[in-house]
Design a binder for this molecule. Structure first.
Ligand code: PAF
Length: 299
């Protein structure tokens, strides 16, 4: 397994592989690998002949008040895990390799619209940081296919839009969220939770399931959102948002309930909704989502 911090060394190996007509998969990560990341690695290995995992904690996607300095960095353990998966290359540039002229003055990419709502409202600059670094990784690795987790659903949409708008020749594949047994979505930030908070945190998934079930039974969208926000708040969560959205545009559905939604969608393609949530427990901020179909696709 090649482990390199240098774009030049990485490119040398990539050139050899490309010459032999190998297909290249990229799994971009910030390290501290858990089963969610490893499910991306498994998917990558199934679909390409060479898999590159990048490990880079990207300063450009952290606001000054966020956890860039304390973000868990577990390089040795990550390498052990990736060796077990027989990954072909680990690309772990330092900040100077990624942003030779300093990240603050770097050319950047903004993806308007999709970046402005939800996470974009609570974390200004976050999607600029993500889009810029992912674009740089695509240029460095030039993968045929790249893998992203559905847990970061808005990030996935932003990356897909960037790839489409900029004609980047890479296929984006998403992989389902991996959950703990109580439903908590796996995330490196889960380890910030105190034991009591960790016990409470399964409630986020339960709340989203309740919203889904109630919507399927015809509940009013706004009422059920408000009810769940209130319940979570009573249980000690600070809810940044818990909201039903149309899953392609991330806009609020212009409807009161599922029947109304299906009527407007004309029961053709847009028959699904997504619940997106961002909540804080103490100083830990967690995001999750649940997408569901209102009825089978009728094409
Ligand atoms: O999802 C992440 O881990 C990061 O946002 C990504 C895509 C690796 C970019 O830094």
């Amino acid at each position: 397994m090649l482990i390199t911090r240098s774009v030049k060394a990485l490119r040398k190996h990539l050139a050899d592989w490309k010459q032999q007509a190998e297909s290249i998969a990229l799994v971009p990560t910030m390290g501290n690998l858990h089963d969610g990341h490893l499910s991306l690695v498994r998917a990558a290995k199934e679909q390409a002949t060479r898999t590159v995992v990048s490990i880079f904690v990207n300063p450009l996607q952290f606001a000054p008040n966020e956890d860039f300095a304390s973000y868990p960095r577990t390089f040795a353990e990550d390498i052990d895990k990736l060796r077990q998966y027989q990954v072909d290359a680990v690309f772990a540039p330092d900040v100077g390799e990624m942003y030779p002229d300093n990240e603050i003055s770097s050319t950047y990419i903004d993806v308007p619209g999709l970046s402005d709502c939800l996470e974009g409202e609570y974390r200004p600059g976050f999607f600029r940081g993500v889009a810029t670094v992912v674009n740089k990784l695509f240029n460095m690795v030039q993968p045929d296919i790249a893998f992203f987790g559905e847990k970061d659903y808005q990030q996935l949409l932003v990356i897909r839009k960037m790839v489409k708008d900029l004609n980047i020749p890479v296929e984006i594949q998403s992989v389902a969220t991996v959950r703990e047994t109580d439903g908590l979505a796996m995330s490196s930030r889960n380890q910030y939770l105190q034991p009591v908070q960790r016990m409470q945190s399964g409630i986020i998934y339960q709340a989203m399931q309740t919203v889904r079930d109630q919507v399927m039974q015809g509940a009013n969208f706004t009422d059920i959102e408000q009810q769940m926000i209130q319940q979570l708040t009573q249980q000690g969560f600070v809810v940044d948002y818990l909201t039903l959205r149309e899953p392609v545009s991330l806009q609020k559905p212009d409807c009161t309930d599922s029947l109304n939604y299906l009527e407007k969608a004309g029961s053709k393609v847009c028959n699904s909704l997504i619940i997106l949530a961002a909540v804080r427990l103490g100083t830990t901020r967690l995001i999750d989502n649940l997408r569901f179909s209102l009825k089978p696709v009728d094409r």
